[in-house]
Design a protein around this ligand. Structure first.
Ligand code: RFL
Ligand code: PHB
Length: 389
């Protein structure tokens, strides 16, 4: 088989790239290790930056998002039983969209199906050959039978545990990592959100986040120990702990109910450089991970896709290679800024096991400065709604 671009990974990055390219007549094949149901079962991101929203519309998959998504003009930050508001709209003229990653992925899969886009599920043993040559190819197995696709380019959209990044030799690849000494325990419940905006809360018992998917579906997280398992937390224990970590005024309004999903995510900052090797381009979680505190993971994946899409388009339509040549540099420049914001926001809001009293004073000063200083709020808002592409 032959195609123009082999896309490894059928998560949001891979699907979005495939959808954008297909609409411009560029042929792709997406190779996904799992099933569609499995990918849709992952409860992950909830907040979309305006750049992502525009890209969804450009890909022709914005209709349901525009109908069902919720625009948020700002967010609430809480500490010491009090809270304050950061107004994104006033500071940046921009807002964010609450629309779950599950819905984004569903819309993209539906669109791929409607256009008869090629997505191969349940692939195994994906191997990239000749990425640094002029004629790469990819091999993989389905039901024990080996297949080969020859192509012009390979997009590595296979997440943190994929094979694409590992294909870049260690002599070329440089990795930067920080692992945080805690995780997030998240639950989804069919209850109304506790507040109309998200609440990020620093408490002396640890971080908590009140988020949502829609008027009757809430997403809540609490910082937990890395040794915890979701089974250690029954619903009553979760709700009780959440209430202790958010201001009383909100705890009193919290409507609880049975959880319909419960999972723990470890927190990590990670960047690999470069994001291109020959004809292989890394995108999204395959190249970088952020702790979820700034809601930047999926959004940073989207900016990678924007740069790669335009690079491929310029190459195929005008024979212009500059966009592909500058892909890694442009993507990384934006990635590192999202890394900084996510790291700084994580530091401001979490309890660390080895935190000294001095460290806690610093954290408090950070929060008070953000609460009281308009310029600090503007910087926070600019980062949260997303830096320009
Ligand atoms: P994904 O979603 O991991 O998809 C990769 C796909 O590749 C497949 N795959 C392979 N396929 C073929 N061969 C192989 N060898 C393969 N290896 C893997 C996998 O099965 C999978 O389907 O990466 P992608 O597309 O780059 O998307 C990245 C996002 O999923 C991720 O950045 C976000 O979910 C991060 N994130 C958030 N991002 C935001 O922008 N806003 C948020 O509010 C936000 N909240 C979150 C988050 C991530 C979380 N967790 C659980 C990590 C909240 C949480 C709790
Ligand atoms: C979510 O709703 O899952 C969510 C929202 C904001 C974050 C992280 C996760 O910063």
């Amino acid at each position: 088989m032959r195609t123009q671009v082999v896309i490894i990974g059928g998560g949001p990055s891979g699907l979005l790239l495939s959808q954008l390219l297909h609409r411009k007549g560029i042929d792709t094949v997406v190779l996904e290790r799992k099933t569609r149901q499995y990918v849709l079962g992952r409860i992950r991101a909830g907040i979309l930056e305006v750049g992502f929203v525009d890209l969804m519309r450009e890909a022709g998959v914005g209709a349901r998002m525009d109908n069902e998504g919720f625009i948020h003009d700002g967010t609430v930050i809480a500490f010491d039983n009090e809270d304050f508001h950061v107004d994104f709209k006033r500071h940046t003229g921009t807002t964010v969209m609450v629309y779950g990653q599950t819905e984004v992925t569903r819309d993209l899969y539906d669109a791929r199906e409607a256009m008869e886009g090629k997505v191969v599920f349940n692939v195994d043993g994906v191997t990239i050959h000749g990425a640094d040559s002029d004629a790469p190819h990819v091999t993989y197995f389905v039901d024990g039978v080996e297949h080969r696709i020859d192509c012009d380019y390979v997009a590595g959209c296979d997440g943190f545990h994929g094979v694409s990044r590992q294909t870049i030799p260690l002599s070329v690849r440089r990795e930067y990592e920080k692992v945080y000494p805690f995780g997030w325990l998240g639950i989804l419940s069919e209850t109304p959100p506790v507040h109309e905006e998200l609440i990020y809360s620093n408490s002396d018992r640890g971080f908590a986040l009140c988020s949502m998917r829609n008027a009757n579906l809430s997403r809540y997280y609490i910082q937990c120990s890395l040794s915890d398992s979701p089974d250690d937390w029954d619903d009553a224990g979760f709700w009780e702990e959440l209430k202790r970590r958010i201001p009383e005024e909100h705890a009193d309004n919290l409507i609880t109910g049975p959880s319909i999903e419960k999972s723990i995510a470890p927190l990590r900052s990670f960047v690999t450089e470069p994001m291109r090797w020959g004809r292989l381009f890394l995108c999204g979680d395959a190249a970088h991970i952020v702790p979820p505190t700034g809601a930047k993971g999926l959004n940073t994946a989207a900016s990678d896709i924007h740069y790669l899409y335009h690079g491929l388009l310029a190459k195929y339509q005008d024979g212009e290679a500059e966009g592909l040549d500058s892909y890694s540099g442009k993507a990384l420049a934006r990635v590192w800024k999202a890394e900084r914001f996510s790291w700084a926001t994580t530091n401001m809001l979490h309890r660390y096991p080895d935190q000294s009293e001095f460290d806690i004073k610093m954290q408090r000063a950070d929060l008070e400065f953000l609460r009281d200083n308009d310029s600090a709020q503007k910087v926070f808002a600019e980062n949260y709604v997303g830096l320009p592409y």
